[in-house]
Ligand binder design. Sequence first.
Ligand code: HEC
Length: 143
Amino acid sequence: MSTLLALASLALASGCDGQPPRGDVREWRPSDHQQPAEPDPARTPAEPGAEPTPEMVARAAAALFDARCASCHGTSGRGDGPEAPTATMPDLTRPEYHDARSDADVARAIRMGQGLMPAFGGQLNERGIGALVGHVRSLRATP
Ligand code: HEC
């Protein structure tokens, strides 16, 4: 349930209060919202309107990736999803991929699209895109 709440908070036009973040488009950080450093288990499920914890955001981003990205990229990010439009899908698990791109590069590809990949900037807010960048980073294969 809390994953669904966090997921909803990543989609466009479903922010806490509908207010744009004052033209501030840098990536969201937990510290922006003065959360306690340690999530307090006594406070779960979060009260309505509360900011999701980083763990909730990570879970929501994984669910969002499965729903919107895995059809092409595959759940693991290897590029082996059933709808992959090209044989040259990038393998998002490769360390070389991650080393060659900044978070801004990854965010731009998600926001604007690239080649045969559609743009998601019209469907996701910056927090959602930032959460997906975090998820893409988590796909990196560990040696
Ligand atoms: C319709 C299939 C499709 C879907 C859905 C899709 N992608 Fe892609 N994605 C691609 C293709 C194809 C490329 C390679 C684009 C190119 O470089 O030609 C790509 C490239 C990328 C890259 C690498 C960009 C770079 O740095 O070169 C990232 C990161 C990425 N996708 C993330 C995502 C995320 C996150 C989602 C879900 C919100 C998503 N994609 C949904 C097809 C898709």
